[in-house]
Design a binder for this molecule. Structure first.
Ligand code: HEC
Length: 484
């Protein structure tokens, strides 16, 4: 179909009060032509995937407090609001695109790196800083991990998505937003350096072990976008023919590993060469493997697989299936963690449909134990100096609880309820493992700092839905117990 020719006709056909006309009149100035976003976020089916239609309806009717999004109850009756809710769930009449030209045009350099000092311009330990994402009002905090004072707080693009990532020296932090904005922030100078919009709907990013490349994975368009880590300028676009679920860096392999949503393949992009070609090595799989974790040496991949009825272990060099691990419910292997127990590596994974944690031996891949919990969980974290693995109960009536599992006995030793009735989730340790930072996921939420030995509260910082927190040292060392 020749869409361009249709445009004048479409304009003629939109009668006053149709959802398309209401969008143009009331929404487009902020949400953009073709709904790809402008000052307001993108409103495409992919963007709204995690939001229930009832919430979309309520936002249009009542707006969002403390934001540019005002309610439209006075202008639009409920039938017209319902019309808009349906309209936003459908793809736009002409499919939105985002090509190399659009990426280059979006690229903004905000500070000249050559003019900035190359040493920390603050007194905190640069390897014990925390980057904290406040998802309630789309801000980021840079926290001193020794004093727990906030060194900087700045606005981000709408909905930071996936974990922020660091180069090996920890100077910068790179992060992605739901609508495809990649940002580079200088942790020495506490300044934003550059931004590029790489897509319309982005999952996450990874930084190469040598700190030279930033790779972003997109749902829309389904591709990978490679940027130069010095200033986020575009290097290459790789079409995947599939939505990209996630990208990872595999330090011992000098490569990126890519999880795909619509193909029975896992991709590897090597970057060891001085001028890497970034030609994908396509590892064939028997199933869609879009949620996975790695063995500590990155030789093997542990993926959630429906066909395997749980998990499947794949050898990354040969591509062969090592074994299936039957696990009931919906294990979320991507947010599992590993540690040493009696000299063996073990791996534990939460389950997003069942209140249980599965512990697996990383040598034999045998299931060692199923630990019953108060409900399905999402995040698990530990530290080499911690006796416990901290695991949240993310779903269900006990989502205010946190289990502390003894790493040796595999029993729940403590269950904390930091703020009864409010979701407690996502912990991260200081670099030395002495303190644990935990989030209360509420608009009037908080970051709570615990002594990891005595379990006493040390400090509480009020925050607006502090969804994730990331310790620079633990991340750049790919420390045991943290997320990768
Ligand atoms: C003045 C600018 C502006 C106008 C006009 C506007 N919006 Fe928004 N809208 C925003 C901003 C900014 C946000 C993000 C609010 C936040 O921080 O949560 C938003 C958020 C939303 C969201 C929630 C998106 C999400 O992913 O959480 C929906 C849905 C929405 N707007 C729909 C509409 C519709 C439909 C219209 C027209 C009837 C409209 N908006 C008009 C600025 C605007």
């Amino acid at each position: 179909m020749k869409r361009l020719l249709l445009v004048p006709l479409l304009w003629a056909n939109v009668a006053h009060g149709t959802p398309a006309e209401d969008y143009r009149q009331y929404c487009e100035q902020c949400h953009g032509l073709n709904r790809i976003g402008a000052t307001g976020p993108a409103l495409l089916p992919e963007s709204l995937g995690r939001i229930k239609p009832d919430e979309v309806r309520q936002v249009i009717r009542d707006g969002r407090p403390a934001s540019q999004m005002a309610g439209f109850a006075a202008q639009l009756d409920s039938a017209r609001i319902d019309g808009l809710v349906d309209f936003l769930q459908q793809p736009p009449a002409s499919p939105p695109t985002w090509d190399a030209q659009a990426i280059r045009a979006s690229h903004t350099v905000l500070a000249d790196l050559s003019q900035l000092p190359t040493t920390p311009q603050h007194h905190a330990d640069p390897l014990n800083l925390f980057v904290v994402v406040e998802s309630g009002d789309h801000h980021m905090d840079i926290l001193d991990g020794d004093t727990f004072n906030v060194l900087d707080r700045f606005p981000t693009h709408f909905a930071v998505h996936g974990g922020p990532k660091f180069p090996p020296d920890g100077r910068f932090v790179y992060f992605a937003s739901r609508d495809g904005w990649i940002s580079q922030y200088d942790l020495h100078n506490l300044k934003l350096i550059a931004e590029t919009r790489v897509g319309l709907n982005t999952r996450n990013l990874a930084v190469s072990k040598d700190g030279r490349w930033v790779l972003a994975g997109n749902y829309l368009p389904g591709n990978l976008v490679l940027l130069d880590a010095r200033d986020l300028s575009l290097v290459k676009i790789l079409d995947t023919g599939s939505r990209v679920s996630a990208v990872y860096t595999a330090p011992p392999r000098d490569s990126f590993i890519v999880a795909l949503k619509d193909l029975n393949e896992v991709w590897e992009l090597a970057y060891a060469d001085a001028q890497p070609r970034f030609e994908p090595r396509r590892i064939q799989a028997q199933d869609v493997l879009d949620d996975f974790s790695f063995s500590p040496d990155y030789r093997q991949l542990v993926a959630t697989s429906r066909k395997a009825g749980g998990g499947q272990v794949i050898d990354l060099d040969s591509g062969a299936v090592v074994t299936d691990i039957p696990l009931a419910g919906m294990p979320h292997l991507g947010s599992g963690t590993y540690w040493r127990r009696d000299g063996h590596w073990v791996f534990a994974t939460p389950n997003i449909s069942k209140g249980q944690i599965s512990v697996i031996d990383l040598n034999t891949w045998a299931l060692i134990k199923q630990i019953p919990t108060l409900g399905p969980g999402f995040f698990m974290r530990s530290h080499v100096n911690s006796r416990y693995v901290w695991s949240d109960v993310f779903f269900g009536p006990d989502n205010d609880a946190i289990h502390l599992i003894d790493k040796q006995t595999l029993e729940i030793s403590h269950t904390l309820r930091p703020v009864p009735g409010k979701t407690a989730a996502h912990v991260e340790f200081t670099r030395d493992g002495r303190y644990v930072l935990l989030s209360i996921w509420a608009t009037d939420g908080a970051l709570i700092v615990y002594d990891s030995q005595t379990l006493k509260e040390v400090k509480r910082l009020p925050m607006n839905k502090p969804s994730g927190k990331y310790n620079v040292g633990n991340k750049i060392e790919f420390a045991e117990g943290t997320s990768h």
